[in-house]
Design a protein around this ligand. Structure first.
Ligand SMILES: [Zn+2]
Ligand SMILES: [Zn+2]
Ligand SMILES: [Zn+2]
Length: 326
């Protein structure tokens, strides 16, 4: 297993990872009976029975030990798949999904995301920490038991690089954060805003890639998901996220969710060195939710252009009308 870089798009690809065949008859590996407390990287709350348990991934894409083994093959770059791959088990209850947890419990899951991101960013080898969730069989989820995943990588994923480049360019021209400008305009227009709570907003982005695509973010500027602004009330974020997921499950059969935060500022060399000077001002964390509405998705073609059959204004209108607590 190794990482290879496409010299044209600059994206890193994991090659040679063999997916382990799932053994459906076995007991759920994420249920409390299967999870060894000694292996837990984090348990929340700190005392009493754990609700959230973070464990190393059972079939990791990246391994924590060793040096990067950066090398070249002629014009090509490669390195070893060094990194971290963890599972955030969101609840001990096999039958409850993230959307069915109460606000306090969802806040605890978000806290676990932030705590693990912050911890892994102390390792200067890691340039980026991603948290994502595949929910529903059609999303490619590994287990039905409600969980998220985290990867810490020695490179920045391609979409994040795109975002960083655009955000930096916008900032260098206008001295403003592009995400803050987007939120301001969306709040003013209202057509694509689905819901708000406290300092947080959920809206369908202007160029939504799939029907009911939703971004959830803070209205006040902050580049780090893992470091909330002083006074930020994450219970509001949890409540808003819960309502959005309960709306989306009425129109979608599955979803992908990903937390986008700034890369690791300990990494000052290489391809990222240019990005640091204004990163705290130009980038803005956000959560992207990509629902899957059809069993046969045609949204992403071989040409890498998205075809979305639904206007985000219509999607937002429909979502606003749905009962967030069905
Ligand atoms: Zn389970
Ligand atoms: Zn901002
Ligand atoms: Zn993003």
């Amino acid at each position: 297993m190794e990482l290879r870089k496409d010299p044209i798009t600059r994206s890193w690809v994991i090659v040679g990872h063999r997916e382990q065949a799932a053994a459906p008859a076995e007991a759920c590996p994420l249920c409390p009976a299967s999870v060894q407390p000694a292996k837990a990287l984090l348990r929340l709350p700190g005392e009493g029975p754990a609700q959230v348990t973070v464990i190393p991934h059972l079939d990791p894409l990246y391994r924590i030990e060793g040096d990067l083994g950066r090398g070249a093959e002629g014009i090509y770059d490669k390195m070893r798949a060094v990194g971290a791959h963890e599972i955030i088990v969101e609840t001990p209850d096999h039958a409850r999904q993230l959307s069915q947890l109460n606000d306090e419990e969802i806040e605890r899951v978000l806290h676990a995301y932030g705590a693990r991101i912050g911890d892994l960013k102390k390792d200067a080898r890691f340039k980026y920490v991603a948290v994502f969730k595949n929910s529903g069989p059609l999303s490619g989820e590994d287990w039905a038991h409600s969980h998220s995943q985290l990867t810490a990588t020695t490179f920045v994923p391609r979409r994040i690089l795109y975002e960083l480049r655009s955000a930096r360019e916008f900032y260098s021209q206008k001295d403003r954060c592009v995400f803050c400008d987007i939120v301001r305009q969306e709040m003013k227009q209202g057509a694509r805003v689905v819901d708000t709570q406290g300092d947080y907003v959920a809206f369908c982005p202007y160029a939504s890639r799939v029907p009911f695509e939703t971004w959830v973010m803070a209205r006040k500027h902050n580049h780090l998901f893992e470091a909330p602004r002083p006074g930020a009330n994450r219970r509001n974020l949890a409540a808003l996220l819960g309502r959005m997921l309960r709306r989306l499950q009425q129109v979608a059969v599955a979803y992908h969710m990903v937390v986008h935060t700034a890369p690791n500022v300990l990494q000052t060399k290489g391809e990222l060195s240019d990005y640091w000077r204004t990163i705290a001002e130009d980038y803005h964390w956000h959560i992207e939710i990509l629902p899957i509405v059809e069993t046969r998705s045609k949204s992403y073609s071989i040409k890498e252009v998205y075809f979305n059959t639904m206007l985000p204004e219509q999607a937002a209108d429909r979502l606003r009308r749905l009962d967030p607590n069905p």
